[in-house]
Design a protein around this ligand. Structure first.
Ligand SMILES: NC(=O)c1ccc[n+]([C@@H]2O[C@H](COP(=O)([O-])OP(=O)(O)OC[C@H]3O[C@@H](n4cnc5c(N)ncnc54)[C@H](OP(=O)(O)O)[C@@H]3O)[C@@H](O)[C@H]2O)c1
Length: 304
């Protein structure tokens, strides 16, 4: 297959490229830094700075993952505009370009997050549920999904991947938690009762591939392990895996002062299940957190 990715240089995109290159697919990555694409994604992957460079290309799939990191800094007005522009305007540009192709690709798989639901508290959430609260991250995901969904009007199958926290050996959420936890200075966040849907990078890549290969898959899919945990359990499990204590809770008030509105991402959560993936036959390799963390943190599997 000839596959175009946006965000192909990111954590998930690089892992997808690794898998699909091994399987012999032809990969193109739309990037702000196309010259870095072969180094980051694989020597055979072509980086393109603009879609127009591709002419009237025939593609078999498009994967849309680009977006400025949501939890990297405080959500000032400027930061929010960048988070919005790098997902919604970029997706609008992508769909507009797809509309102009004479042979449109059959499928668009587009990123989203469990944050689509807002802070769900204790409620168990399935793909059929509506957003539970209206915060910035939820609005961002809702409009991001709507922008991608427009490709359906072009006759394309559109899949929306509502991803939980992706656990990987190098990068993402875990890489940020590890330094304090390795020093024995970790602890729960706020009350620790908030739900934290998570997914091992291996399963994230496998499920995107599964959704690509299943022509009947369309619409939103929760991409998280079938065993979500609360923050306190995540904290306990990470500390146990590292054989360190985790005695220092991060008080909610400190987070609110430090991160402002963005603190809601860490203090709220979603009790989400991957119902559609499981019903449609996807099998998780890493359903249990302790097994996922052991795979990533014990031993030396650089592929993760
Ligand atoms: N990782 C997670 O835990 C997680 C959880 C839920 C949802 N998601 C979503 O899934 C998508 C992929 O996740 P990821 O962890 O692989 O992301 P990532 O590592 O942060 O990479 C995202 C890619 O987006 C592009 N990008 C960054 N800033 C941009 C900007 N200002 N304008 C345009 N493009 C920009 C970059 O590509 P270039 O530099 O090549 O342009 C980057 O490689 C993201 O949109 C993320 O929000 C991730």
């Amino acid at each position: 297959m000839r596959i175009l990715l946006s965000g192909g240089t990111g954590l998930i995109g690089r892992a997808l490229c690794r898998r699909w290159l091994q399987e012999g697919h032809e990969l193109l990555v739309w990037s702000r830094r196309p010259e870095q694409v072969p180094r980051l994604c694989g020597a055979a992957v072509r980086g393109v700075a603009s879609l127009e460079e591709l002419g009237d290309i025939e593609l078999h799939a498009v994967i849309n993952l680009a977006g400025a990191p949501i939890a990297e800094r405080r959500w000032t007005r400027r930061r929010k505009a960048l988070l919005w522009d790098s997902r919604i305007h970029l997706t609008e540009r992508l769909v507009e370009w797809l509309a102009g192709l004479s042979r449109r690709p059959p499928v668009l798989i587009s990123g989203s997050a469990v944050g689509w639901y807002g802070d769900g508290g204790e409620r168990l959430l399935h793909e059929t549920d509506a957003p539970q609260s209206s915060d910035f991250a939820s609005q961002l995901c809702i409009v991001w999904e709507e922008s991608a969904q427009r490709a359906q009007e072009l006759g394309m199958r559109v899949v929306l991947v509502r991803t939980g926290l992706v656990l990987a050996r190098n990068g993402g959420f875990l890489a940020r938690l590890l330094p304090p936890f390795r020093l024995g200075l970790g602890g729960r966040i706020g009350s620790g009762r908030q739900w934290m849907p998570w997914i091992h990078l291996h399963d994230q890549v496998a499920l995107v591939d599964f959704l690509l290969r299943h022509p009947s898959a369309s619409g939103p899919y929760n991409a998280c392990s079938p065993h979500p945990v609360r923050n306190a359990e995540f904290t306990r499990c990470l500390a146990q895996t590292l054989h360190r204590p985790a005695p220092l809770p991060l008080p909610a008030a400190v987070l609110r002062v430090g991160f402002g509105e963005m603190s809601g991402l860490l203090l709220g959560g979603q009790h989400v299940l991957p119902e559609r993936l499981q019903t449609e036959g996807f099998e998780f390799c890493f359903a249990e957190l302790s097994v996922a963390l052991a795979d990533l943190l014990v031993g030396n599997n650089a592929e993760r």
